[in-house]
Design a protein around this ligand. Structure first.
Ligand code: MV4
Length: 449
């Protein structure tokens, strides 16, 4: 088995920089693709080669499969890393790469396809002994079946688009009389948003924690998990703060959730890196929610507490190397927190684009900043507003929180608004300090905490 000589990165921003760093350390040459407006950016400057693939509109650049495959061909790249977002969870893209003789750095196309069919995955995993939220057995055909299922599991229920995920296409239904209309609307919305009207039903769990587990799997079927991340602090399904390990999680629950994640990976014959998302309710019950078949924005907190470079692992696994990590010899150290810094106003979260006139990221002990921003860079309106991730590692949660507070106060970003003031407010709140929060944290915070 030989590692790749050259990898093309089909992404932009901080994750493109992150992948370039992993490649450099592995002695792999890099090609980055970019859109017209991204010509003067850090990934273009840091990569060995850069190829312009089209205009700013993602459909014509970062989502343009023929342009990306052509760029790989002319530069002799042997593999493509898709990062997150864009083409990372597109099974046709993964297939198209392999058909062009290029290795897609990620799971098998079948893994990606199944990950995008949430109702089918639920059904399969339930059969294999992974607990799923009480609800429908796969896709719900019609309103009669929807009503029967909802009455059986009890209200409130939540309708989810099978092709959705990350909160898109969801609808909470409080009572019997609202169900049929809601079901039809959910189907229509799913069709409009995802091109498929498959909808499934789950019991609605009002106080929940969103806990996910990082997994790695090789071609021989070896699977390890790298522990959990608590991603409960979200706003409109956008994660804002993540931490590893999950605060206050019972050790028995922690062990079980890791085992369920590995069981999930085995049941799906999963390959490469992935994330298994769970709901943990207020009584500590664990339910599988969905699987994300890409590297996630928040992967650095897992890297911080395990010392594993997840991007390097993805590359080695895609090259066919067997996993060297053994579950039993993994060591978890300290507590890590990530704050996502968005170019948005910190009250209403409206995007704030423009020129960054001054940029000074924090550093010092236990601080990592993943970013592609710099003084003089203009944040474009065309893409995601994430401009930096601040990741801290402390010996315990208290040190991590104090370190994050210190790092964020040190961070100077001028010329645009950012979510840093919001994060400082969260860090100083009682509920966050106690680590006793659920996905409803932000509504409580805004309710005057
Ligand atoms: C749920 C849920 C309660 N019960 N599923 C899924 C994706 C994630 N971003 C939010 N998701 C949820 N799934 C069951 N069975 C609660 C959420 C949820 C949520 C739902 C509707 C509106 C706002 C929400 C905020 C956080 C979590």
């Amino acid at each position: 088995m030989k590692l790749f000589k050259k990898i093309l990165i089909a992404n932009r921003g901080e994750i493109a920089v992150r992948v370039i760093r992993a490649c450099r350390e592995l002695g792999i040459r890099t090609v980055v693709v970019y859109s017209d407006i991204d010509r003067e950016t850090m990934p273009v400057r840091l990569a060995d080669e850069a190829v312009c693939i089209g205009p700013a509109d993602p459909a014509q650049s970062y989502l343009n499969t023929p342009a990306i495959l052509s760029a790989a061909e002319i530069t002799d790249a042997e593999a493509i890393h898709p990062g997150y977002g864009f083409l990372s969870e597109n099974p046709q893209f993964a297939e198209a790469c392999h058909k062009s003789g290029i290795t897609f750095i990620g799971p098998k196309p079948e893994n990606i396809r199944l990950g995008g069919e949430k109702a089918r995955t639920r059904k399969l995993l339930r059969k294999r002994g992974v607990p799923v939220v009480p609800g429908s057995d796969g896709v719900v055909k019609d309103e009669e079946e929807a009503l029967k299922t909802a009455r059986k599991v009890g209200f409130p229920v939540i309708l989810k688009a099978s092709a959705g995920g990350g909160g898109r296409g969801m609808r909470i239904v409080e009572r019997d009389t609202e169900l049929k209309d809601a079901f039809r609307m959910a189907q229509r919305e799913a069709l409009a948003a995802f091109g498929k009207d498959d909808v499934y039903i789950e019991k609605y769990i009002s106080e929940m924690r969103h806990i996910e587990v990082q997994i790695l799997a090789d071609d021989e079927g070896n699977v390890v998990h790298l522990g959990e991340r608590d991603c409960s602090i979200q706003r409109r399904h956008q994660k804002l703060i993540e931490e590893a390990p999950a605060p206050g999680l019972d050790e028995k629950v922690r062990k079980k959730i890791g085992e369920y994640a590995v069981k999930t990976a085995r049941a799906l014959k999963y390959r490469n890196a992935g994330t298994v998302e769970f709901i943990v309710d207020s009584s500590g019950e664990i339910y599988f929610m969905e699987i994300n078949t890409r590297v996630q924005v928040e992967h650095p907190i897992t890297e911080a507490v395990t010392g594993v470079d997840i991007i390097k692992e993805q590359i080695k696994l895609a090259a066919g190397y067997p996993l060297e990590i053994k579950q039993g010899s993994l060591k978890f150290r300290g507590h890590a927190i990530e704050c996502r810094i968005n170019a948005e106003d910190p009250e209403r979260f409206v995007p704030s684009s423009g020129k960054i006139t001054f940029f000074y990221p924090p550093g010092g002990p236990g601080v990592r900043v993943d970013t592609a921003a710099f003084s003089g860079w203009t944040v474009p309106v065309n893409y995601d507003s994430l401009i930096a991730k601040v990741i801290v590692l402390g010996k315990d949660r208290n040190e991590a929180i104090n370190r994050m507070d210190r790092a964020l106060r040190e961070f100077v970003i001028e010329g645009i608004e950012t979510t840093i003031p919001f994060h400082l407010r969260v860090l100083s709140s009682e509920a966050f300090r106690l680590g006793e929060y659920s996905t409803r944290f932000i509504e409580f915070l805004n309710g005057g905490l």
